[in-house]
Design a protein around this ligand. Structure first.
Ligand SMILES: Cc1cc2nc3c(=O)[nH]c(=O)nc-3n(C[C@H](O)[C@H](O)[C@H](O)COP(=O)(O)OP(=O)(O)OC[C@H]3O[C@@H](n4cnc5c(N)ncnc54)[C@H](O)[C@@H]3O)c2cc1C
Length: 384
């Protein structure tokens, strides 16, 4: 019988499985599709501190320190490169947005610099267009290969004794006398006293029958990947209003994504196939990106796909132990920037599942915050 079950084989669940297995706990990860099938395999793969809410900054910093060592701890080159992040301004109004961002984040101790004109931007990223008027630059941000990284955590967990079950759906979490007693799955009931729910956009559906409300809206963003090009861009780039972001992968492919569209979707009604973006979406996205990175307009498109964003009202995740059900840990709602945090989110899930003090302050990530005070919806900062 497992000691702990993890629902979800994205980077959060896979990193949690690895952390727990390394401590010799009997952990089983259950993933309904395959490891990295959802957001963690569809992401841009940006790893950044810049542009983050102050509450998330300590986690992002700790994550960045870990990313550099994953090649050794996971024994896989996850293609992590600490090559910087640029957030671009395309209009005078956006220049002021970027200037203010740099000031506020420098005050929080981040190594973020203001590049005041196109010359300064192109000294760092020569492929950028003359349309870019200014940018922020965070040299300690970077990017990695999402599928390699997520699978590397799962493989490492397996090597350390975890059981990974793919193609199995957790259909319900069973509770008796306010304690977790097991999970129902498409492969039968599994008794267990501790469950970590890291199921991305499907998390609210698993919690609702337990009387726990997680206010997530599910948004769709789309991604274009080009054929390999000559090396032309080291940094991840985003833009002031977060309507697009991109990077060049190590094999030369450009990978770029659009921002949020307003409409929320019901994740239960979407399948892998129906997540294919329309020609109009692709064309609009290429136009947006080519405005700042002209080479993107001439690149041959190799693949396109979409992914879900699990957006909370304040665009911060929930990493918490709900009070009403003992034995339950929730880690979801990463709101478009949870790939970077994955290594740390996994450790935090392990701390909470083992009922020891979490290694970071999780006050900002409590589930109860949504009930305690009205939260004004926050704009998503999806930019790598
Ligand atoms: C296009 C795009 C670009 C992004 N860009 C960035 C970026 O540049 N930087 C960044 O940091 N973040 C980015 N993000 C966000 C980031 O990818 C996510 O925050 C992160 O991957 C979330 O990981 P997760 O493990 O919490 O969730 P997921 O990766 O969604 O994993 C949840 C898993 O749970 C499984 N599951 C769900 N329900 C069940 C069930 N009942 N039983 C069993 N399994 C179940 C799902 O199949 C899924 O595999 C982006 C996301 C997208 C879509």
């Amino acid at each position: 019988m497992p000691e702990i079950i993890i629902v979800g084989g994205g980077i959060t669940g896979a990193a949690a499985a690895d952390a727990l297995a390394r401590e010799r706990h009997a952990v089983t990860l259950i993933e309904k599709h395959g490891i990295a099938a959802m957001a963690s395999g569809r992401t841009l793969g940006g790893i950044r501190q810049s542009g983050r809410d102050a509450a998330e900054l300590p986690l992002a910093r700790a994550a960045i320190a870990m990313w550099a060592g994953l090649i050794d701890t996971l024994e896989v080159d996850v293609e992590y490169r600490r090559s910087g992040n640029l957030r671009l301004a395309r209009t005078p109004a956006e220049v002021e947005v970027i200037r203010a961002l740099v000031e506020s984040q420098r005050a929080q101790g981040l190594d973020l610099y203001f590049l005041p004109d196109n010359t300064a931007v192109r000294e760092i990223a020569p492929a950028m267009s003359p349309n870019v008027l200014a940018a922020s630059f965070c040299p300690s941000d970077g990017h990695a290969n999402p599928i390699k990284a997520t699978r590397a955590f799962a493989d490492s967990a397996r090597r350390h004794g975890a059981t990974i079950r793919e193609g199995v759906v957790v259909t319900a979490i069973r509770v008796a006398r306010d304690r977790v007693v097991g999970v129902d799955t498409t492969a039968g009931f599994i008794p267990v006293e501790r469950v970590i729910v890291a199921a991305g956009v499907d998390t609210p559906g698993l919690l609702a029958p337990l009387g726990i409300e997680l206010p997530l809206s599910t948004k769709v963003v789309s991604v274009v990947q080009s054929e390999p090009l000559r090396a032309c861009l080291d940094q991840v780039f985003g833009v002031a209003n977060a309507d697009c972001a991109g990077r060049q992968e190590l094999d030369g492919r450009l990978r770029f994504t659009n921002g949020l569209r307003d409409r929320s979707v019901d994740p239960a009604r979407w399948t892998g196939d129906s997540l294919a973006p329309s020609a109009n979406i692709i064309s609009d996205l290429v136009t947006l990106v080519a405005h700042v990175l002209p080479i993107a307009g001439d690149a041959r498109v190799s693949r396109t796909w979409s992914g879900f964003i699990d957006l909370t009202p304040d665009a911060l995740p929930v990493i918490d132990v709900p009070e009403s059900v003992a034995g339950l840990v929730v880690a979801a709602g990463f709101s478009g920037h949870g790939f970077c945090l994955g290594p740390v989110s996994g450790l935090l899930c392990a701390d909470l599942a083992l009922a020891r003090p979490p290694r970071h302050d999780l006050a900002a990530f409590r589930l109860a915050r949504f009930e305690e005070r009205p939260i004004a919806p926050t704009a998503l900062t999806l930019h790598g």
